[in-house]
Design a protein around this ligand. Structure first.
Ligand SMILES: *Cc1c(COP(=O)(O)O)cnc(C)c1O
Length: 396
């Protein structure tokens, strides 16, 4: 394994401080490194592999499409993308889909749609977008500009203009920024990278109301919290609040790189039109097939119901963890997007030790140990995870 790591460090641009592990195979909720060591996966590749590894129905669908047709370009229609879009429209309750290759690109598209929507109304180029502190929306310039983390932006300024940052879950801070130039509010329904903060129902409803009253578009970024992770296909469905634009990626294709932004008819009818936006790969037959298969498998296996059941068990167990350790002050999250909040100890230290014990987890923000298991986990996997977790937490 060390040979691979040396080779990687000699040819890859060093933009990540990676953990010294080379994964080679996956099966169900387990990963294996190139030395054959087994790991229980409570990260699912940052919330991507929702179905677990080596899912036969998914693999068969993708393999079948590889032999049939992988790519055609967006000058033509293709059946898998049509099927995938129909399923995404149905699952989201929205109306029109644009497929991208990543989450950041989905955010870019959403921001462009919002600016075009506002431009069509008054022809001016000084519209403002309200984003949230501690948010994460991706690394491209537009997405980075609405990411509320100065550390990620510093060396790359100037960002795109006219972005204002409000405090997440603080409605007054949003109200204070709204003016006649505001064209959109963008936020995650559950903040992921920023530290696993679920939205307050009152805040989300309040922002929706402000948007409705001022013809401002609400963009909900569910790239991490969408696709069943919270026990709802999309987290906003828990609150009965609809976005005007949804961004989606990560588990949308469960490993085949694909994202999407999805618009309601009001927004679609008065924003992006032919020639305004494009992508070479986006929504190619391979990606469409993956998305389609993912929705089918979710439905067959009642995965959202399963997430609600298993996450209740996980949260119960986390109550006990919080009870036992003075350096863990609480847990928060929604469904199978959960965080343990650390105090005085860097969660990154726990991540390293857990990896040695054969458990994959991540950090979030500065003080959170983040759990994003595949949605197919069972109680026995939660129990297995807890044994490893306790054995490491006991060492602090
Ligand atoms: C991961 C993530 C993104 C960026 O997605 P990429 O595919 O890495 O570009 C955007 N928003 C949220 C909420 C994310 O978690």
């Amino acid at each position: 394994m060390n040979n691979y790591i040396e080779a990687a460090e000699s040819v890859l641009l060093h933009t990540y401080n990676r953990y010294p592990v080379v994964f080679d195979q996956g099966d169900g909720v387990y990963l294996y490194d190139t030395d054959g060591k087994k790991y229980l996966d409570f990260g699912s590749g940052i919330g991507v592999f929702a179905l677990g590894y080596n899912c036969k129905a998914y693999n068969d669908a993708v393999k079948g499409q590889v032999d049939k047709l992988v790519h055609t370009s967006n000058y033509y229609y293709n059946v898998p993308a049509i099927e995938a879009a129909k399923k995404l429209v149905k699952a989201s309750g929205l109306d029109r889909v644009f497929f991208t290759n990543s989450g950041a690109e989905a955010v870019e598209g959403a921001l462009k749609a919002a600016r075009k929507y506002a431009w069509l109304k008054d022809g001016s180029n000084d519209h403002e977008i309200i984003a949230m502190e501690h948010s994460f929306h991706g690394r491209t310039f537009g997405a980075l500009s609405v990411t509320g983390n100065a550390k990620y932006q510093e060396a790359f300024k100037p960002m795109i203009g006219n972005i204002r940052f409000a405090k997440y879950n603080d409605l007054e801070s949003v109200k204070a920024l709204v003016n006649e130039k505001t064209c959109a509010v963008i936020m995650e329904t559950v903040q992921g990278e920023g530290g696993v903060y679920p939205v307050d129902a009152e805040f989300l409803k309040g922002v929706r109301k402000i948007c409705d009253e001022n013809d401002i578009l609400l963009i909900l970024d569910e790239i991490q919290c969408g696709m069943g992770r919270t026990g709802y296909m999309f987290a906003y469905q828990k609150f009965g609040v609809m976005p005007d634009i949804l961004t989606c990626a990560k588990a949308l294709g469960c490993g085949v790189p694909v994202g999407a932004f999805v618009l309601n008819e009001k927004t679609a009818a008065a924003s992006l039109t032919a020639g305004d936006h494009g992508t070479t790969y986006g929504g190619n037959p391979l990606a469409g097939t993956a998305v389609s298969a993912v929705f089918d498998i979710f439905e067959e296996r009642h995965l959202t119901d399963h997430v609600r059941e298993i996450s209740a068990y996980l949260e119960e167990k986390f109550d006990e963890v919080v009870e036992k350790y003075s350096f863990i002050t609480g847990h928060r999250g929604m469904g199978l997007m959960q965080g343990l909040v650390f105090k005085g100890i860097a969660p990154g230290e726990a991540v390293k030790k857990l990896l040695e014990k054969g458990l994959v987890v991540f950090t979030a923000g500065t003080d959170v140990l983040r759990f994003l298991p595949p949605l197919i986990i069972e109680k026995e996997h939660v129990d297995e995870m807890l044994v490893k977790l306790y054995s490491v937490l006991d060492t602090f």
